[in-house]
Design a protein around this ligand. Structure first.
Ligand code: NOJ
Length: 527
């Protein structure tokens, strides 16, 4: 029985980058009906919620993270009716829908900005951050954060592209409009929100220069201490207001993308009157090492304390994929260990589309690069296109993603690495993930049970138990290519543990006696 199931705490959230998931109308760009057509696949995989990267009307300067209308769907991706259908069909399958709200900035083609820039006395002038002179604040995507605008002879601030002007959250009308965006989508049945760079919303009202930070970072942005352009105290009461709004609807959820995250900072924005969750991104930068991951887990657990609920991410649309970082060639053994950990820790796991089949990043030539920061910083940084390539469904042309040439190339490994092949292979990564998701559903200890490490992580093994009431699960993850011997005691004195999953076909685990764990084995035992 799993009656206490709370979707955002106990479930698994699957991120979809709509441009790259499934193209239903043959224009080489994925769309909402394409996603609807794959809901049976997602239900079969066993995920509980989808998070959709932006699908709103947008000039696509930052591929949808530059929004020109918060309450509609870009014709590239479909219509509002398509969206409603997607939500209805997802709900019919027990899948929740999380949308991405990009409220720090709009597109420079948003009617608000067009008005704001039109004259100094326009009623929306104060909706953006206009100054006579720039200060030293930088754009993350390169260059000064201030753009000269000829019409009124003034500068506006943009933390990202110049096509993404930051709004002025101190203006009460802006605040009202933005809160209304939550209401609009909540009323349409949306279950949750991912808040793009929420901790950038407020800037210091006096615009002081940021102090310089020593070091040789590539981006000028990273050679400053960001004291005045992010993490201003006004964010806390705003989050309380957002939470009160969400709590007017049943089981709504908000997860914030913490900009320049640390576990402590992310945790400080979470709580019963703030966000349900915030990303800390720790795992995206960890080596493939048991000790390294254990350190990240402990830090996160400590920062959140008793009341906070962790979340874990190994891949997203901004960083190289987990398989690209951890796998050796096309072998998925190490990816299984990483995903075995992601899906059995105490905290909400986020999977990124294609992670379940171990998609690797594509590599692009300079002229093929689409991502603006990739163009700006090339060759020192090649941008984020690598992890955004089309989903590999089967071995037909364009991997079954589209019948036209896709907006980004398909990875050349698609003829062997695709959903169809892996669904038919009992040892595939897909089948492993599917099995893990089924285990999570069958054993609530894997969802909301407590977490306790069983061994010091140094020898290359992560071993932990998850306990809920009488249910005790032991998870063993061998991060090395050597056989490891570990001893795990059984509290009830019984020595037989039932092996529920082993990547190496192990069927019995005698607890209380040393156990041999195979190279890169994932083993889950009901103790
Ligand atoms: C963070 C998003 O994840 C990223 O993709 C985007 O470019 C920036 N925010 C700007 O919205």
């Amino acid at each position: 029985m799993n009656n206490d199931f709370l979707w955002w705490r106990d479930g698994v959230i699957y991120q979809i980058y709509p441009r790259s998931f499934a193209d239903s109308n043959g224009d080489g760009i994925g769309d909402l009906p394409g996603i609807t057509g794959k809901l049976d696949y997602l239900a079969q995989l066993g995920i509980d919620a989808i998070w959709l990267s932006p699908f709103y009307p947008s000039p696509q300067a930052d591929f949808g993270y530059d929004v020109s209308d918060y309450k509609n769907v870009d014709p590239l991706f479909g219509t509002l009716a398509d969206f409603d259908q997607l939500v209805a069909e997802a709900h019919r399958r027990g899948i929740r829908v999380v949308v991405d709200l990009v409220l720090n900035h709009t597109s420079n083609q948003h009617p608000w900005f067009l008005e704001s820039r039109s004259s100094r006395d326009n009623p929306k002038r104060d909706w953006y951050l206009w100054r006579e002179k720039p200060n030293n604040w930088q754009s993350v995507f390169g260059g000064s954060g201030w753009e000269w605008d000829q019409t009124t002879g003034a500068y506006y601030f943009h933390m990202f592209l110049k096509e993404q002007p930051d709004v002025n959250w101190r203006n009460p009308q802006v605040r009202r409009e933005m809160l209304d965006v939550f209401r609009f989508w909540a009323e349409r049945g949306v279950d949750g929100f991912r808040l793009d760079v929420f901790n950038v919303y407020f800037k210091h009202p006096d615009f002081p220069n940021n102090p310089r930070k020593a070091g040789l970072a590539l981006r000028a942005f990273d050679r400053q201490w960001h004291l005045y352009d992010i993490d201003q105290p006004e964010m806390h009461p705003l989050l309380t207001e957002i939470r009160a709004l969400l709590d007017q609807y049943p089981q709504r959820y908000a997860v914030g993308e913490t900009f320049i995250a640390t576990p402590e900072k992310a945790a400080s924005y979470c709580g019963p009157d703030k966000l349900h969750a915030a990303f800390n991104f720790d795992f995206l930068f960890r080596k493939f090492s048991a000790a390294d991951f254990a350190e990240g887990i402990l830090k996160w657990e400590q920062a959140l304390g008793e009341s906070g609920w962790p979340n874990y991410v190994l891949s997203n649309h901004d960083q190289p994929r987990s398989a690209t970082r951890y796998a050796k060639g096309e072998d998925d053994a190490r990816v299984k260990v990483a995903l075995g950990m992601l899906l059995t820790l105490r905290g909400t796991p986020f999977l990124y589309y294609g992670e379940e089949i171990g998609m690797r990043d594509i590599t692009l030539k300079r002229h093929e690069i689409q991502d603006p920061p990739g163009k700006y910083y090339w060759p020192f940084y090649k941008g984020r296109d690598g992890c955004r390539s089309p989903m590999q469904w089967d071995d037909s042309p364009y991997a079954g993603f589209s019948n036209a040439k896709p907006w980004l190339p398909v990875h050349p490994n698609y003829t062997q690495r695709n959903v169809a092949v892996q669904q038919n292979d009992p040892h595939s990564l897909f089948r492993f993930v599917q099995q893990l998701l089924a285990l999570r559903k069958a054993y609530p200890a894997l969802q909301r049970g407590t977490l306790r490490f069983l061994l010091p992580p140094k020898p290359g093994i992560l071993a932990y138990e998850r306990t809920l009431n009488e249910q005790r699960m032991v998870v063993l993850l061998n991060f090395t290519e050597q056989v490891k011997t570990v001893g795990v005691s059984s509290p009830v004195g019984s020595s037989a543990g039932q092996v529920l999953l082993s990547t190496h076909g192990v069927q019995e685990s005698a607890l209380n006696r040393p156990m041999q764990v195979h190279p890169y084995e994932v083993r889950i035992i009901l103790a």
